[in-house]
Design a protein around this ligand. Structure first.
Ligand code: NAG
Length: 401
């Protein structure tokens, strides 16, 4: 048969709309093998969601006047990352009069600002480095209630530093796996060397795609010499790696991209070879745990996921948890063995979900599964406040009020 005969028979037996649909899907798959298009699908950075508002006026997103200082952080390779320093509300209240009198808008010299001085000059200050998910900016969606939940446990002490990765919002450049890790390292450098906060008073929070950045940067710092290990890492809705994610990911919980192809393993494996940014979180978290166990550093990891998350199925968290736990023991543990141990020892909280805590001499790895919370609404929930307080207190028992 010639190509036109094949095409003819397709059109004879299938309706034209179906043929067009298949054709468009083939074009989409073709586009997906190009790295520019791929990066738009993985990072969704062109979808800002805060188009009609000015990020330099954080008050329009519900913050108090000058509660947020917009500024920028330079990366090692010359990109400018747009960042927000968010003051916790009780600290803000104590200094309200002076804060209101400061000029508003983007700040070129953050060191001149009272908010920054309140962070740097308080030896008890805690700082959360926030790694947001794909799409949007520092201000979009459930990120704002998320910032509140992060500092709610100690609203006089817990500051939040959030930023847009390269190619997102007002930040320069375009996203890539290596680029985002460089971005996160620049933010860590700012926290430790400009704001002067010790690692034991810093916590990394990541959601969705931000969990991959959080894990990658935690690993990077834990395996270097000398290692840097933070008070804790809190991960909401993590995923195993991009290849596994695309086989299950649905845009807005409904439109599958590659999952229809997962039924054709050969074709699927072939297409996976084109994935540029792999984000091997399961391997990175294992390396992180092995390195910290080996170095005898204290580590704390919380993995939080809602069972009704339709963007990233919660099974990803079970796998990430398993890889982390497996790496904490020299002999390892099989997935089924760990599931069996969960049946024996996890705490069942009824409609509140369940918690499994895995402890070693050095570390703690927690898997907290909620029954409800979707993909991002969960970020504003008290479970996030609890995770933050638990780790800050474990790192320094005097921190609890
Ligand atoms: C689990 O840990 C063992 C021992 O360190 C290792 O040999 C094995 O590859 C790990 N399994 C997985 C799936 O990573």
């Amino acid at each position: 048969m010639t190509a036109s005969e094949i095409a003819g028979s397709i059109f004879k037996y299938a309706s034209i709309p179906i043929a067009i649909g298949v054709g468009l899907y083939a074009i989409l798959l073709g586009l997906l093998t190009t790295s520019t298009f791929q990066s738009h699908v993985v990072y969704l950075h062109a979808i800002q969601m805060t188009w009609f508002k000015d990020l330099n006026v954080p008050e329009t997103f519900g913050f108090l006047k000058n509660q947020v200082t917009p500024f920028s952080i330079k990366t090692a390779d010359g990109q400018e990352l747009y960042a927000w320093h968010i003051l916790p509300v009780e600290l803000y209240r104590k200094h309200q009069m002076s804060l209101i009198e400061e000029p508003v808008g983007f700040v070129t010299d953050i060191k001149s600002r009272l908010g920054f001085q309140l962070l740097r000059e308080d030896p008890d200050a805690r700082l959360i480095l926030h790694m947001h998910g794909a799409g949007g900016t520092v201000a979009s969606g459930y990120r704002v209630p998320n910032y509140r939940a992060l500092s709610a446990g100690h609203p006089g002490k817990i500051h939040v530093l959030t930023f847009d990765y390269r190619g997102f919002g007002k930040s320069t450049g375009s996203p890539s796996e290596t680029g985002l890790v460089i971005d996160a390292l620049a933010v860590v450098d700012w926290a430790m060397n400009v704001a002067g906060i010790p690692a034991s008073q810093i916590l990394i929070f990541g959601q969705s795609m931000g969990t991959a950045v959080s894990i990658a940067v935690s690993k990077h710092l834990a395996i270097q010499d000398p290692p840097i290990v933070f008070a804790g890492t809190v991960l909401v809705a993590p995923f195993v790696d991009v290849a596994t994610l695309v086989s299950t990911y649905r845009i807005a919980g409904t439109v599958p991209i590659l999952s229809p192809l997962a039924r054709f393993p050969l074709l699927f494996r072939y297409l996976q070879r084109f994935i540029r940014d792999k984000w091997l979180s399961k391997d990175s978290i294992a390396q992180y745990i092995r390195a910290t166990e080996f170095n005898g550093e204290k580590y704390r990891v919380a993995i939080i996921h809602a069972q009704d998350d339709f963007d990233i199925p919660w099974h990803h968290s079970e796998l990430v948890f398993w890889h982390a736990v497996n790496a904490s023991m020299a002999s390892g543990i099989s997935y089924d063995e760990l599931e069996q141990k969960k049946l024996d020892s996890k705490a069942d909280l009824g409609a509140g979900g369940s918690v499994m805590e895995w402890k070693t001499d050095n570390g703690v790895i927690r898997e907290e599964i909620l029954k409800t919370g979707l993909h991002d609404v969960i970020m504003g929930y008290p479970i996030v406040t609890m995770a933050v307080m638990r780790f800050f207190e474990a790192a320094d028992p005097s921190f609890a009020i």
